[in-house]
Design a protein around this ligand. Structure first.
Ligand code: NAI
Length: 296
């Protein structure tokens, strides 16, 4: 009966504190929406302190822009910021009721993190991963309560994009699933469900398209501008595929292609140009140079 009561209690009580792991572009956006739209208390944990400073600066500038546009009042800005704390100590996650992991898209590093979280999180905490392509079932197998692990795949930029893809793994409980759907709804998002297969729905379709655009550039089919303009004005895409790749991060695009390739076969082989760019440290907009160059 205590288990039943516990489930009942968890299901109906609201999630008070949410931990976000990784204060990069995704974690920062997720934290902002958690505080601003869902009204949650948030802690962002990142192992790199410099990223935490960058994250705070970014959220502040986003809120300032909203004030200028008359979308929020100055007082709301303070309240939104007050609900978010920043830490480079993993222990800061320990009283979180729900944790969203958004660290680098690397299976080994994510696996290691999930193992470390075993000794930090409460057994009732739900652990959602924002992974773009890595198996939720496999990540969950490294965690003490695999029933509490789920995929919660946000889109970039998080405050703007409507969708969250929800991915239950083989072990995910329906309760975890329901609480996750509820949180996504409180964040103002629309959800779709995807089976736990490499890339889920969004990246299974998007990444081969981006990879093919890189391949077209590699083969000299057209210039960067030719390729992007053709897809934008000719196929009504909101932005060209190479611009989009720079926004996502070429390192992230390559990691996703590697997962698709390893699991689904040679049809998904990463384009050599994408590999070279990442080797050269050209990660896209986030560090100033990808297919295009950006002023830092
Ligand atoms: P990012 O490179 O901007 O940020 C990653 C952050 O994780 C960095 O701040 C880094 O310091 C931190 N980090 C790395 N290892 C860590 C560890 N062991 N513990 C704590 N912090 C650690 O990457 P981004 O773009 O924010 O992506 C994060 C995740 O979100 C990835 O899994 C990616 O596939 C996924 N994602 C990315 C999207 C995009 O468009 N960039 C869209 C949807 C999902």
């Amino acid at each position: 009966t205590s288990k039943v009561f516990n489930n009942f209690y968890r299901y109906y009580s609201s999630i008070n504190k949410v931990g976000v792991i990784g204060g990069g572009q995704m974690g920062t956006g997720i934290a902002q929406v958690l505080s601003q739209t869902a009204g949650k208390n948030v802690v962002i944990f990142d192992s790199n302190k410099a990223m935490l400073d960058k994250s705070l600066t970014f959220i502040s500038s986003q809120l300032k822009r909203q004030i200028e546009k008359g979308k929020i009042q100055e007082q709301e800005q303070f309240e939104i910021l007050k609900r978010i704390s920043f830490s480079d100590n993993m222990e800061s996650l320990k009283d979180s009721d729900f944790v969203i992991e958004a660290i680098v898209e690397n299976p080994e590093i994510k696996t290691q993190l999930f193992k470390q979280l075993n000794s930090v999180l409460k057994p009732t905490t739900i652990l959602a991963s924002n992974t773009s392509s890595i198996s939720i079932t496999k990540l969950a197998s490294n965690y003490q309560v695999p029933e509490n692990v789920i995929g919660m795949h946000f889109m970039n930029p998080v405050p703007v994009m409507q969708l969250v893809e929800v991915i239950p793994g083989l072990q995910t409980s329906s309760e975890t699933n329901n609480i996750t759907l509820e949180l996504a709804k409180k964040m103002g998002k629309t959800t779709t469900m995807s089976k736990d297969m490499p890339g889920f729905i969004a990246n299974r379709l998007l990444m081969p398209y981006i990879n093919e655009a890189a391949q077209a550039l590699f083969e000299g089919l057209g210039t960067i501008e030719d390729i992007d303009t053709t897809m934008k004005l000719g196929c009504n895409m909101p932005m060209g595929p190479l611009t989009l790749a720079d926004f996502i991060g070429l390192d992230t695009c390559l990691s996703i292609m590697n997962v698709l390739h390893a699991n689904l076969g040679d049809k998904y082989k990463p384009c050599p140009l994408l590999v070279r760019y990442v080797e050269a440290g050209r990660f896209g907009k986030k560090n100033g140079k990808g297919f295009y160059s950006y002023n830092k």
